[in-house]
Design a protein around this ligand. Structure first.
Ligand code: ZN
Ligand code: FE
Length: 253
């Protein structure tokens, strides 16, 4: 069985430890806070054997060296930004296959937030670790790439099986919801989702992980190929311009 332990880190990050009980392999997905990761692993009786980085930002790779020093964990990260990943030993790129104990992991490219950003998908359990590429009802800011690149990354996410569970790196959902309802006000599925999100947050519960199937119906950044949304954004037939319009509005929201 593959166990995924999720816990809050820093201000609004989520940390993840992924554990294969048969082999004892335990992988940290990103390393926002080394001390927190080490403490959570110890609490569960797990020893971190590997680190999988999604991108170079310090709230994702900043704890690499301290965790490696404490555990000897082997660090895998994006080939496209290897020079910025502390302690990287294995350079991964889209199409590569790696292993968490007995579980196969597919690496996929989702550049745009950063140029080398990658994600990790476990086909057997349909879990995807997406870093800052996509959030519940949102997506990462396009810092290093352009809108064409980021829309292609949204299409990469959309190509995963709809029953996939998305594990993203931040609890940004409520702010994303406030924005999503401004661009897609007539979407009934979105309204229902937002009600659930607001309920969860009022109880202090996480809204992450989330279902890809549900995001496909509600996340405006994944829906830039929807004709109604394209028309509403003033770019009929143009998913890249529609995506860029939505991203631009969110940046100024
Ligand atoms: Zn980031
Ligand atoms: Fe981040």
């Amino acid at each position: 069985m593959l166990r995924i332990h999720q816990f809050p880190c820093l201000n609004d990050n989520y940390g993840y430890l992924v554990h294969d009980a048969d082999s004892g392999a335990t992988f940290a997905i990103d390393t926002p806070d080394a001390d927190k990761y080490l403490a959570e692993a110890e609490k569960l009786g797990w020893v971190i054997t590997g680190i999988l980085n999604t991108h170079w930002h310090p709230d994702h790779a900043g704890g690499n060296l301290k965790i490696k020093e404490a555990t000897g964990a082997r660090i895998t990260g994006p080939a496209g930004e290897a020079e910025k990943i502390p302690g990287i030993e294995v350079q991964a790129r889209g199409g590569d296959q790696i292993a968490i104990g007995g579980y196969l992991v597919h690496v996929f490219d989702v550049p745009g937030h950063t140029l080398g950003h990658i994600g990790y998908f476990v086909p057997e359990t349909k879990d995807a670790f997406v870093g800052d590429a996509v959030f519940a009802l949102g997506c990462g800011r396009v810092f290093e790439g352009d809108m064409t690149m980021m829309w292609n990354s949204m299409q990469m996410i959309k190509s995963l099986p709809p029953e996939t569970t998305l594990h993203c790196a931040h609890e940004y959902t409520q702010a994303n919801a406030r924005f999503a309802e401004t661009v897609d006000p007539d979407n009934a599925a979105l309204k229902a989702y937002i009600n659930e999100i607001d309920d969860k947050r009022s109880r202090g519960e996480p809204t992450v992980p989330m279902s890809l199937a549900r995001e496909l119906e509600t996340n405006p950044f994944l829906r830039a190929d929807d004709p109604a949304l394209q028309a509403a954004m003033g770019h009929p037939g143009d998913p890249v311009a529609t995506f860029g319009e939505i991203r631009g509005r969110k940046d100024n929201f």
